[in-house]
Ligand binder design. Structure first.
Ligand SMILES: *[C@@H]1O[C@H](CO)[C@@H](O)[C@H](O)[C@H]1NC(C)=O
Length: 573
């Protein structure tokens, strides 16, 4: 006993018991034997390895050893133009930009999975890697929030180092990258609130408490660290207060120079989800009352929206339902009814409308991938995987076992599609299977230096294991062409729900992912993809053609109504 007490203090951060190294694409046809399932463990391990591959700054900063041998330090001087150290964090997608707004949903989703699927991460020995992934993101977000109202929303710019500027190895990235901040004079309600929500969720993950959303709730990833949880919470509370008290505006309207890569459509959803997460993290009913206020003031009810980087309404619905189950006292303290039944119908209304394609917001491809019209056209897998993750999260709270089963079954169809049950026989995770996309649109590891010729060779020099690319076209066809960023680009938010999906399979003892039985062999489809990256010769993308078809249909219906009204009028007359 005394000897135990004499042991040195535990390290600040978890250290992996076993180093995880991706098994390689060739292993994708090897059936698993035993428990935990080796293939799902590899999906989870690779999903987190991807984030290491996206690192910016000094790769071995402090307690976070680099696992990606072919990466080098880059952008180590970020922030010097504004007198700050803004190095670190991750590149947002295939280029060199660090972007705070979409990082918000990424951190939200990762933290949410850490709160709920602990045994899955534990089984795959990924707890320490989840810790380092979360800390890599949050440590940078804290740097990006140096004073109450100042939040850096972007480092790098498409003119300067992405876009037409620089496509080459890490160590050649130009210095003096610009960094852009919102503040009280240049407000960014969406960026402030989104980041506040992310911080609050991180605080919940590091509080390490049981998230009792249902009788079948699993435990959190064991990350409990009260001081880190408190640090994150402080940033979250400050940012939310700043978002509430300052002029309301989108950061993209306040900062005209940053380019138009991510233009949020609204900030009501950001305010609502931030207040909800803060309510949970503080147990303070005032936040709950405000969340409910945002929900009513911004008319968030009855939505058919996608859950993605821009749109957090579906996450708000599920979070309201989870709070009704896990923390009913929050509503009571605000003089409101926790109202699980009401939130069940809000969530289930959204799910049922989405699956049924009501209102033309969604449709299923021939092979069954759910598409949100517009949102899925520039990255089809992300909305479908986010939907699957929300279905699996919510199913234990469903109003009937029939619905719970149907939601889990629908999620399984989306996951199977991702894992290779699709007309291309492609498992859409880089480095997972011989048919996996091998030319992801990502400068790092591509081995290329000429941006005007990105199509060849058909395989990147290095493998960015675990990356989920944009995904196939509405036709289910997939062109593995690096220059087609619509289908092939990688992004932090594209991967954000994959850890939850894999951890869930590990917890529930699922059999091998679909790709294990997929025969090796992929070929580029005939014809042209006709998307925003590679429009067809007539100049119309698939989305534009769909728009014209819908426009014509609407015109025909309107003409029909006019004729009917005219005849009715005549009859009456
Ligand atoms: C908790 O996190 C803080 C901040 O990162 C760190 O300094 C501390 O050592 C951690 N404590 C433990 C027990 O891991």
């Amino acid at each position: 006993m005394l000897a135990l007490l004499a042991l040195p203090l535990v390290a600040a951060q978890l250290v992996p018991q076993q180093t995880y190294t991706p098994p390689g694409a060739a292993a994708g046809n090897t059936p698993s034997t035993g428990t935990p399932n080796a293939q799902w463990s590899a999906v989870l391990g690779n999903a987190l390895w991807f984030y290491d591959g996206q690192r910016s700054g000094r790769l071995d900063a402090g307690a976070y050893p680099n696992r990606v041998a072919w990466r080098q330090d880059s952008a180590v001087n970020d922030g010097e133009t504004v007198g700050l150290d803004l190095s670190g964090g991750w590149y947002d997608a295939g280029d060199w930009i660090k972007a705070t707004y979409p990082l918000g949903i990424t951190m939200w989703a990762l933290s949410w999975s850490a709160m709920s699927y602990g045994p899955g991460f534990e089984a795959a020995n990924q707890t320490a890697y989840m810790d380092s992934t979360l800390r890599w993101g949050y440590d940078w977000l804290m740097k990006a929030h140096p004073t109450d109202d100042t939040l850096y929303v972007q480092c790098g710019s498409s003119e300067h180092d992405g876009g037409n500027g620089y496509w080459g190895p890490d160590d050649g990235l130009p210095r003096n990258r610009p960094c852009y901040a919102v503040n009280a004079s240049y407000p960014g309600t969406d960026a402030w609130a989104s980041t506040a929500g992310a911080f609050a969720m991180g605080s919940l993950a590091y509080q390490g408490t049981q998230w009792n959303t249902s009788a079948t709730a699993w435990g959190p990833v064991p990350l409990a660290n009260a001081s880190y949880a408190q640090q994150l919470l402080k940033h979250g509370e400050t940012l939310y207060r700043v978002a509430k008290e300052n002029d309301k505006a989108s950061f993209t309207d306040s900062l005209k120079d940053i380019g138009r890569a991510y233009v949020p459509s609204s900030y009501g959803d950001d305010l609502c989800t931030a207040a909800l997460a803060l309510a949970a993290a503080t147990n303070d009913s005032t936040y709950y009352a405000e969340a409910y206020g945002h929900y009513t003031n911004y008319s968030l009810t009855g939505s058919g929206a996608v859950w993605n980087w821009d749109s957090r309404i579906p996450a708000a619905y599920v979070m309201f339902a989870e709070l009704a189950a896990a923390r009913p006292g929050l509503a009571a303290g605000a003089g409101l009814d926790a109202n699980l039944t009401g939130w069940q119908s809000e969530v289930e209304g959204w799910i049922e409308r989405s699956i049924a394609g009501e209102g033309g917001r969604t449709y299923l491809t021939h092979a069954g991938l759910i598409f949100w019209a517009g949102d899925s056209d520039e990255g089809s897998l992300n909305p479908a995987m986010a939907f699957a993750a929300l279905l699996l999260r919510y199913a234990p709270l469903a109003s009937s076992t029939e619905r719970a089963t149907r939601y889990r079954d629908f999620a399984a169809t989306q996951i199977d599609y991702l894992m290779g049950k699709n007309p291309m026989n492609v498992p859409y995770i880089v480095g997972q299977h011989p048919n996996s996309p091998a030319a992801p649109h990502v400068v790092r590891g591509s081995g290329l230096t000429d941006q005007s010729n990105l199509r060849e060779p058909p395989t990147n020099k290095e493998t960015l294991y675990g990356a989920v690319p944009g995904g196939p076209r509405p036709s289910d066809l997939f062109w593995s062409w690096r220059d087609d960023w619509v289908q092939n680009e990688v992004a932090l938010d594209y991967n954000a729900n994959l850890p939850a999906l894999a951890a869930y399979q590990l917890i529930t003892g699922a059999s091998d992912p679909y790709y294990v039985g997929v025969t090796a062999g992929y070929s580029i489809p005939k014809g042209e993809p006709c998307d925003a990256a590679l429009p067809c010769e007539n100049g119309l993308s698939g989305g534009a053609i769909a728009g014209i078809v819908i426009g014509c249909l609407v015109a025909i219906v309107l003409a029909g109504v006019a004729v009917w009204l005219y005849r009715r009028h005549k009859r009456k007359g």
